[in-house]
Design a protein around this ligand. Sequence first.
Ligand code: PHE
Length: 447
Amino acid sequence: MAQRETWTTRAGFILAAVGSAVGLGNIWQFPFKTAENGGAAFVLVYLFAAVLIGLPTILGEFAIGRRAKINAVEAFDRLDHPAWTVVGGLGLFTGLWILSYYSVVGGWVIRYVIGSLTGGYFGDTAAYFGAVSVGWEAIAFHAVFMALTAGIVAFGVEDGIEKATKLMVPSVVVMLVGLAVYAFTLGGSGPAYGYYLSPDLGYLANNLGSVIPFAVSQAFFSLSLGMGAMITYASYIGEDESLPADGGLVVGLNTAIGVLAGLVVIPLLFVQFGTVPESAAGGGPGALFVSVAQAFANLGMAGRAVGALFFFVVLVAALSSAISLLEVVTSYCVDKYDWNRKPTAFGFGGALFLLGTLAAWDTAWLGWFDTLAYSVLLPASVLLGVIFVGWVYGPEAVDEIKQGSSADASVANLWIWWLRTVVFVGVFITLYLGVTSIYASPGLPFL
Ligand code: PHE
């Protein structure tokens, strides 16, 4: 077997992990989930979910990945718990499932970079979205996005992923800051900040039962948890690194970038509509592409440049996430069967492209794929992982967290205790609510 690669620098790993985390979840979903779930109240709960549930969970994945030093599926075998390989398998499956439609949305984003430059959607944003989001055109751009993803993964960890994300993540931050400042200077954006940043505690108290599971699932999706991505990336980390420090940085940066994306999107909507409009608050895959696009259209010529920049940022962020999803299965086949990296990446890319054509053909499918991922696959996979780390792998996981960290040993002990209690209960409830909601209305497109 070929010598296993490692990240060349600590920053290389952090940026790749942040690149995986920051994606359509932050820029496409987060602002609209916020709008649907009571504005700043949701932001507040999301912050708690990211720190109290997301951070301990990501540390669990890091501890599995670094100790096993192998892909997310075989990791369980390598840690001498072969029966738990099924958790890795579920993660792998969840990741592939998500990538199939993630790439469709990625394709829309490419289409919108072009549409901004040409002013294509400036006439009637809703009609434009309706025309390009489904059918042959959507399939063609989905193919382009998937090919780009496979192309980067084909180059491997050091030459492909590390180099690409080192460039991508800082550019995303710089461009988002620029756009947030720009939105701030526009007349009419003022009230957006109150809506976005000062929570309505009354709303929160009345809706806690729905806000919490949404916020927790959003934290999983956004932190790339439950899909083997963080296990895989951590398998390339050196022994002398502090996992708690790295985990804290990744969670902190991902959350900050999510909030930053909201500072672009929500003020743009306020400038345009004076509020977060129903079409956006109603969520749905088209929200960003209709409402935010309308805000650019209204800016006329300047809107072309700002719009192209915005969608380009989204594209870069989406690509750096998509590569981490494809890397999970690629590293598995390369490690286990000694397959050649390039054909493996393109082979799976091709197969997922085919699966994704369903979502590209009809947004009802896309919505269904997304709902199943959010409500069932993701929390189920995270829950199994938490049980594994908390009870099966327990003491060794604690050792692994201590390894390379200068923090007091009590930090690792507190971590595992927290994982077994708060995290376990929180994820369990999230899964329970997800399964019951799907059961109540399966919403299959063909029924
Ligand atoms: N975290 C990414 C996002 O927010 C999505 C993702 C999930 C990427 C899982 C990789 C693995 O868009």
